[in-house]
Design a protein around this ligand. Sequence first.
Ligand SMILES: Nc1ncnc2c1ncn2[C@@H]1O[C@H](COP(=O)(O)OP(=O)(O)OP(=O)(O)O)[C@@H](O)[C@H]1O
Length: 367
Amino acid sequence: MSIRVENINKKFGDFVALDNISLELPEGQLTALLGPSGSGKTTLLRIIAGLEQPDSGSIAFYGKDQTDQHVSERGVGFVFQHYALFKHMTVYENVAYGLTVKPRKERPSKAEIHKKVMSLLELVQLDWTANRYPNQLSGGQRQRIALARALAVEPKVLLLDEPFGALDAKVRAELRRWLRKLHDEIHVTSVFVTHDQEEALEVSDRIVVMNQGRIEQEGTPDEVYEQPATPFVYGFLGSVNLFHGRFEQHQIVVGADAIEHRDEALIHGTDVFAFARPNELEIITDVDATNGILATVTQVLAYGPQPRVELEGVNEIGQPQHFQVALPPESIKGLALQIGQRVRLVPSRLKVFERDSSAVVAGDKTT
Ligand SMILES: Nc1ncnc2c1ncn2[C@@H]1O[C@H](COP(=O)(O)OP(=O)(O)OP(=O)(O)O)[C@@H](O)[C@H]1O
């Protein structure tokens, strides 16, 4: 294990920013710290870097304790959201900077620096910008240069804090793919902070889901998406339809409706959260069916990047609730739905959690 975080606690005044965090980040992998704003991701990244001191706990790189090491001695490379390139230096000088300021004994020769800078610029596919200044580059290009600059000093660990956060959606998506490809080539142990679940799922080898200064779950993108450990993770990773109900004799009762559900482990009368992703709901046009939740069609989007049907129903206490069903365009057309039509929603797959007072569901305003 290359980075070991052990029992890290951090308070700002009375506010607990990190609550006993322990974590192992595997060597050569790209790990995403994913969570909503204020969950402690940046604080954890800054503590790993040595930019912030924990109140207690320890950080080790490759088995060597770093807790009392200064940031300059930890061998970390950074890329932040706002491009921190030096405006008065060319791209070449920016990338070379970390090498040229090394103590004379460690400093490579001019020829070595040139070779290294040019190979890094080729790696980020921007060798043609060597003589330009940062303001002559696009935002995405500047972030690629910032990455080349961070890599120039051969960091043991690369830390990225929302590196694409300030860019527009299309450029972000391109840079994500680009970063993934780059990481496959260089395999530097990297930690990547993001609040964007799509970004985390697409880019990383591992995801650490954080909430309120704690770790909710860690695992591969597949594991956290397919087997969310908590209601929070389920709600945070991707769109979700949430039903609050009560488990009663092989069904979940939601207000006046019910969904069939068999679960030997659940006790009769238990209050539950039941989740279904948009592609795990079916639309039944027979409203007299006994299985399924009644809802009204509000929008039919048969084409576009995410074909879906939007609906509105009510939750167990009669408040309006929004639902989303993702279907292939031909299935949507086949249903011939009308706006305002009443239908029933039947999950093809349901993930059920017992409801207790401590459970928090991301994005859920009804609890
Ligand atoms: N220097 C500080 N002084 C006081 N409070 C702080 C300080 N730094 C962070 N916090 C608080 O600690 C909490 C965690 O902040 P942090 O920046 O780690 O969250 P985050 O998950 O990275 O959020 P974001 O995505 O918004 O950056 C926040 O509520 C923040 O207001």
